[in-house]
Each structure stands twice: as structure tokens, then as C-alpha cells.
Write a protein that binds this ligand. Structure first.
Ligand SMILES: [Zn+2]
Length: 189
């Protein structure tokens, strides 16, 4: 019973998500004088844990360099790889290469604050989880209008001829798009 319940869940539990994201926590209190560099591989579990709408899948390498500056820390992000996002023309998933850099400034203060330019973390708990900063660096690198290369959006007509009978799952719900397309074609004849 418990097993079937778990396998039916589409998004990871909150605890599993937090566990996935805990590896992006950076301790600023223990930072070596000459700074610190770390890297991560970001895959589908990263995007599932963040549960954001735009990017649900991806495969990227991310590097973070943390430098001590006078009075604050400088965090330099670099991400390289590709993500899957819905095409703005056909809404089918498309692969979007990403190569991006971002810099944020982190200060120690009384309480957490993020004004978009400078992040302040409490001096008493001098750490920051950069999972969201990594996601933002990736998301901002995606062009506002992103589409398959010309001529490579799946064509509605070819889908019409291949889809319903090729569906072997048997219990898939009727696809409203086929019904709409079918009535459109019927109207023309
Ligand atoms: Zn497309």
C-alpha cells in the first residue's frame, strides 16, 4: 500500500526536496582566507526539487567561486549545459543550450534580506543556500522567445496520422488536441 502510494507521487516529498537542495548550502563562517571553489552536476532531480514551472529538466555543470572581499563575500556562478523548456511555438519540449555567469554580493547582517542586488545573511548563522541563485542564473540565460529551429516543430498533420493508433499505453486519456484537429479537418472537407 505504502509503496504504491509513493510510486504514484509525481513530485518528490518536501523532505526529499530539502535533502536534494541541502548540498547547495555554503558556510561563509568557515571560508578559507583564499576563498573556495565548488561544483555540482545539475540534473532532473535538481529541477524537481525546486518545482519551478519554466524548467523541469536539465543537464548542466555548475561552478561557484566564493571570494572574501573587504566587508562582504563575492559569489561567482558559472553554469554550462542544456535544459528542456516548452517551445513557444508548438509547446513541445525543446533543448535549450545554456552558458551563463552571474555574480552576487553577500553581506553579514542582523537578519536575512535580499534586495535583488545584495543578499544579507544573519551573522549568527553565516551560511547561504545557493540552489535558487543557480536556478536564476540558468533561467535568465534562456531567451525570452525560445523555439525549435525553423521547420523542426512537430507538425500537427504528421501527429494526426501517427498518434492515436500508435499509442500502446491503452489507458491514456483522449487527447483533446486530436479531437480539435479532426473537427478542423472535417470542416474543410
Ligand atoms: Zn516547437
Amino acid at each position: 500500500m505504502a509503496d504504491s502510494f509513493v510510486t504514484q507521487k509525481k513530485t518528490p516529498t518536501f523532505a526529499a526536496r530539502m535533502d536534494t537542495l541541502s548540498r547547495f548550502k555554503i558556510s561563509l563562517a568557515d571560508l578559507p582566507a583564499d576563498g573556495y571553489t565548488c561544483s555540482w552536476h545539475l540534473d532532473d532531480t535538481f529541477f524537481a526539487a525546486l518545482d519551478e514551472q519554466l524548467i523541469r529538466q536539465g543537464c548542466l555543470d555548475a561552478t561557484l567561486r566564493v571570494n572574501r572581499k573587504s566587508g562582504h563575500f563575492e559569489l561567482l556562478f558559472h553554469v554550462e549545459g542544456e535544459v528542456s523548456v516548452p517551445c513557444d511555438r508548438c509547446l513541445e519540449p525543446m533543448s535549450q543550450p545554456v552558458s551563463a555567469e552571474d555574480t552576487i554580493e553577500v553581506h553579514l547582517g542582523e537578519r536575512f534580506d535580499d534586495d535583488g542586488e545584495i543578499i544579507t545573511v544573519p551573522e549568527t548563522d553565516a551560511q547561504i543556500n545557493v540552489a535558487w541563485n543557480l536556478y536564476e542564473t540558468i533561467a535568465l540565460a534562456i531567451p525570452i522567445y525560445h523555439v525549435h529551429p525553423d521547420g523542426q516543430c512537430p507538425e500537427e498533420v504528421s501527429q494526426f496520422f501517427t498518434s492515436p493508433s500508435d499509442d500502446t499505453s491503452g489507458n491514456a486519456p483522449a487527447d483533446a488536441r486530436w479531437e480539435a484537429l479532426r473537427s478542423l479537418l472535417d470542416d474543410k472537407h
